[in-house]
Design a protein around this ligand. Sequence first.
Ligand code: ZN
Length: 198
Amino acid sequence: MDYYSSHINKLIEQFSRLPGIGTKSAQRIAFHIIHMPKEQVKQMTDAIQEARENVRYCKECFTLTDKELCPICANEKRNHKQIMVVENTRDLAAYEKTGKYEGVYHVLHGAISPMLGIGPDDIRLKELIQRLQGEVDEVIIATNSSLEGETTAMYISKLIKPTGIKVTRIASGVPVGGDLEYIDEVTLLRAFEGRVEL
Ligand code: ZN
């Protein structure tokens, strides 16, 4: 790759570190940026920097947000006694898009995976258990139907069961291994409405 300028090489190297971006895509993006108006490039780099600096975890549900409390946790009209547990902020967004869920969330930021060496302490599980000290009627486990998602669901239900709080699991019908964010709203609603007590 010596035929490129070292600046372009550096750019390609940076982009190829991103998930799902191979060398070819990285090259395409790098050259695209070189040809972009300078003002537009500045807007883009500013947006990246601002997001990285200002986005943080909601102190209640741990979703990514700009404030101490995310808009969902700050909303008094939501049912704070119903907590839906999801793997990531993108899954939360998928449920929010249906517009039908009125409870709040808890974002784990991952799932238990013995194969990848991800244990219960590596996700936001302790924080979930802490939240259950408050008044909670139901915990809805909406982790993915992958092996990791099921393992996590089982682990959580075993932890919560002794507290007497109702634990439910969204219905299957959500394709196995399917990421929640890719599932259409109707399927998502059906999975939610058909949830079963564990
Ligand atoms: Zn929140």
